[in-house]
Structure formats: C-alpha cells, structure tokens
Design a protein around this ligand. Structure first.
Ligand code: FES
Length: 181
C-alpha cells in the first residue's frame, strides 16, 4: 500500500461509511504516551485504541501514526492485514456463526440463514440500529456441539432454526432492557 493511501480509501473499498460524529481523541494520546517505546508497539497500541472505541476510527489511526512517527500507510497496512481490527463501528453484540464442516453437515447453513434473515444483515455487516454485527467463521472449536454460534463470549450449540430464533429474540429483549427501552 502506498504512503498516500488513507483510511477513507480503505473504508470506501470496504463499502463502509465515515463516522459523522466527532470523536474524543484524548484516550489515543494517553495510549501512545503510556507505551514508552512506542515505535515497536504499533499492534498493542491499535488493540488498546480498539478497546476504547470498539473499532479504530480514522482520526485515531491518523493520530497514532503522527504520534509514533510512522507513515499513515504503515498504520493502515497493519489495520487492513489483521482481521482482529475493525475500521467501522460494530454492533453492541457480535454474533459469530460457524460455517465449518461439522456444523455445515448438521444444519449450520439453515441456522446461518435464520440469523441473516432475523438480523437483516449478512457476513461482515452491522445492523442499522447497531444491535449486532454478524460474521461467519471457519470453526469455533466446539465441533461436538455443532451447529454452533457465539454471541459475544457465549457459545450456543446443537442449534436448529427454532432455538436460534428464541436466542435472538431473548438477546433483543435483553438489549432493549439494558438500554432502558
Ligand atoms: S466446525 Fe463448527 S465448531 Fe467446529
């Protein structure tokens, strides 16, 4: 990636939209300052930035580059290389569905279709109301419970469309309660 590529270019390529809200960049300055030898600490710095915002905003990535004396393209190169980093805001809940072989042969495809239709989004997308982001993954390491999904840090196994629907409905109810709706 050349030195004049910006995160905006990357986002446009990914079909993402620029966040409209102004973000508070004070935490970014603190994160970079707190790591004395920051030049070799780009990944930990970006991980900490993502912990604060839930993703790595363009302004924060630029500030990291400027403060660490790096080309912005170096920072964007890392952000786009590692799948752990997210360039756009993510939903309040992360739903991962396994599309590995064990899950696939035990009905994983129907579970995935059910999730996609209930959430109204596909792989790598976030619902408009920011309720959830959805991802398909290769294997969740719980093949004995196939088909499996993870919601945030909780695994749900031996699923069928009915159980899947119940889980998503419960999650929505819990989410609404937590938001005082
Ligand atoms: S194949 Fe689905 S958890 Fe391993």
């Amino acid at each position: 990636m050349s030195a004049d590529v910006t995160l905006e270019d990357v986002r446009e390529d990914a079909g993402g939209e620029e966040a409209e809200e102004q973000i508070d960049l004070a935490p970014v300055r603190k994160i970079v300052d707190s790591l004395a030898e920051t030049r070799g600490m780009l990944i930990p710095v970006l991980q900490d930035v993502q912990k604060v915002y839930g993703y790595v905003p363009e302004e924060a990535a630029n500030m990291v580059a400027d403060q660490m004396g790096l080309y912005r393209s170096q920072v964007y190169g890392v952000l786009t290389f590692y799948t752990q980093f997210h360039l756009t805001p993510r939903g309040r809940h992360i739903i991962r569905a396994c599309s590995g072989t064990a899950c696939h042969v035990r009905g994983g495809k129907i579970v995935i279709s059910k999730l996609e239709s209930m959430l109204g989004i596909g792989h790598g997308e976030t619902s408009e109301d920011m309720f959830a982001s959805f991802e398909k993954v290769a294997c969740l390491g719980a093949c004995g419970l196939a088909p499996v999904i993870m919601i945030d840090n909780d695994a749900h196994g031996t699923l069928d469309p009915v159980k899947t629907e119940r889980i998503v409905v419960n999650l929505r109810e819990m989410d609404s309660m937590e938001r005082g709706e």
